[in-house]
Design a protein. Structure first.
Length: 143
């Protein structure tokens, strides 16, 4: 992999990883422990935060795909790129719509139990974080 593509891929992967860790694994769980935060208020804030995160993730995914495509990637970089892109696509196309419909109902006043889709989102987020580490390390090692 050429040095420029590897550097861009590594930087984008680790920036993306930092955003996922900060939002999904730190901000989201802590938000509901803050004094005065109700489930409805937390969901409203969370929807805004995750929408912004997903937009940033999509931009970083495009950056990674372009950098990898332009850089004569190694097989591990190609596999990790495809894995990260597929995991993001699953979240955006399959899991987020289910969670959005559920949060619409909660914001409208319904009392609902915790959603299994929420656990799926968390599992995909863990896999995506691991794939981003793998991508970043392999991209930087491919120079």
């Amino acid at each position: 992999m050429n040095a420029t593509s590897a550097a861009v891929t590594g930087a984008a992967a680790f920036t993306w990883l930092g955003m996922v860790v900060a939002v999904s694994f730190i901000e989201a769980p802590l938000k509901f422990r803050a004094p005065g935060i109700t489930v409805r208020l937390g969901l409203g804030i969370g929807r805004l935060v995750f929408r912004a995160l997903n937009i940033a993730e999509s931009a970083l995914a495009v950056t990674v795909v372009v950098a990898v495509a332009a850089g004569s990637p190694t097989a591990p970089v190609t596999v990790a790129t495809c894995g990260v892109a597929a995991l993001l696509a699953v979240q955006l196309a399959a899991v987020r719509p289910v969670l959005n419909r559920r949060s619409d109902r909660v914001l409208a006043g319904e009392e609902l139990p915790r959603s299994r889709a929420h656990y799926v989102y968390i599992a995909v987020e863990v896999l995506k974080a691991a794939a981003l580490v793998t991508l970043g390390v392999n991209a930087l090692a491919a120079v």
